[in-house]
Design a protein around this ligand. Structure first.
Ligand SMILES: C[S@@+](CC[C@H](N)C(=O)[O-])C[C@H]1O[C@@H](n2cnc3c(N)ncnc32)[C@H](O)[C@@H]1O
Length: 249
C-alpha cells in the first residue's frame, strides 16, 4: 500500500455556500446519460460513485433500483446530496477511495472529470488501488478526463465563463474563472463567486492534472486493470477520453 494522505477538497466542493450552488449554477447533467447507459450495458447491480459530489448520479441510479455507494471527501457536497429525492436509498461515505469499508461492487464510476483532481502519481495510484479493492473480480471502472490535446483551459477566462444566475432561495450569484497557472500537466485556476444578496465573495482555487491517454492506460495496467476501451463522451465529442477498464482477478 502506498503512503497517501487524502487531499482536502477545493472550496468549490467543500464550502457550504458554494456546494449549495453547484447544481443550480450548472444544471445540465446530460453528461450523466452515457454513464447511466454503461450501468445498463454492463448489467451493474451495484455501483460505487467515487467523488460523488452533490449526489446527482448516485440518486439517479438509486431511483432505478441500483445499489449505490457514493463517496466524497467534501462534507458540504454530501450534505447537499443527502437532501435529494432518493438520497435515503444511497449509502453515503465521507472519505475517498482509500478509506472505504469492505465492498464488492460491479462497477465504479468517476463522473465529471473527478480523475483529474488527483494531481500526484501517488494519490492517483492509491485511488485506483482503492477502487480495485472495492470491485468484484471482473468488475469495471469507468471514468473520463478532458483530452489534454484540446487545451480546454484556454477558455478558462472571464470572457468565456462570466455569468450571473438567479439561484432560487439564494438570489443572484455572479461567477467567473481566471486561469492562474499552467505548469506542465498541472493547470490551476480560480473561481470567484459573488453572492449579491449579501455581497459575500467566496474564492475557490483549484489545480487539475491533464494526463495523457497513454499515461492513464499505463496507470490502469500498473494497478491491476485491463483497459477494455477508451471512448468519446457522446455529449462532448472529441473533448473527453472515457476509460472503461476491468479488474484483473
Ligand atoms: C467536478 S466534481 C464532480 C462531482 C460529481 N462526480 C458530479 O458528477 O457532479 C469533483 C468531485 O471530486 C471530489 N474529490 C476531491 N478530491 C477527491 C478525492 N481525493 N477522492 C474522491 N473525490 C474527490 C470533490 O469533492 C468533488 O465532489
Amino acid at each position: 500500500m502506498l503512503a497517501y494522505s487524502a487531499a482536502v477538497p477545493d472550496p468549490i466542493f467543500s464550502d457550504r455556500r458554494l456546494a449549495e450552488i453547484y447544481d443550480p449554477m450548472d444544471p445540465d447533467r446530460s453528461d450523466l446519460d452515457a454513464y447511466a447507459a454503461m450501468v445498463d450495458e454492463f448489467g451493474a447491480g451495484s455501483v460505487l460513485d467515487v467523488g460523488c459530489g452533490t449526489g446527482t448520479f448516485a440518486c439517479l441510479l438509486a431511483a432505478r433500483g441500483v445499489e449505490v455507494i457514493g463517496v466524497d471527501p467534501a462534507g458540504a457536497s454530501l450534505d447537499v446530496a443527502r437532501t435529494k429525492p432518493g438520497a435515503d436509498l444511497v449509502r453515503w461515505i465521507d472519505g475517498d477511495a482509500t478509506t472505504l469499508p469492505s465492498l464488492q461492487v460491479d462497477l465504479a464510476t468517476m463522473t465529471a472529470n473527478v480523475a483529474q483532481v488527483f494531481v500526484t502519481d501517488e494519490s492517483w495510484a492509491a485511488t485506483l488501488q482503492g477502487i480495485r479493492a472495492a470491485l468484484k473480480p471482473q468488475g469495471r471502472v469507468v471514468f473520463e478526463v478532458r483530452d489534454p490535446a484540446r487545451r480546454a483551459w484556454q477558455e478558462w477566462d472571464r470572457e468565456h465563463t462570466h455569468e450571473t444566475k438567479d439561484v432560487p432561495g439564494v438570489g443572484p450569484v455572479e461567477t467567473w474563472c481566471d486561469l492562474t497557472d499552467v505548469s506542465g500537466q498541472l493547470v490551476s485556476f480560480r473561481w470567484t463567486n459573488i453572492f449579491h444578496a449579501d455581497g459575500a465573495t467566496i474564492i475557490s482555487d483549484s489545480t487539475l492534472r491533464f494526463r495523457t491517454r497513454q499515461e492513464i492506460e499505463q496507470s490502469l495496467r500498473d494497478n491491476g486493470f485491463t483497459v477494455d476501451v477508451v471512448r468519446d463522451a457522446p455529449d462532448r465529442p472529441r473533448r473527453e477520453l472515457v476509460f472503461v477498464a476491468t479488474r484483473e482477478s
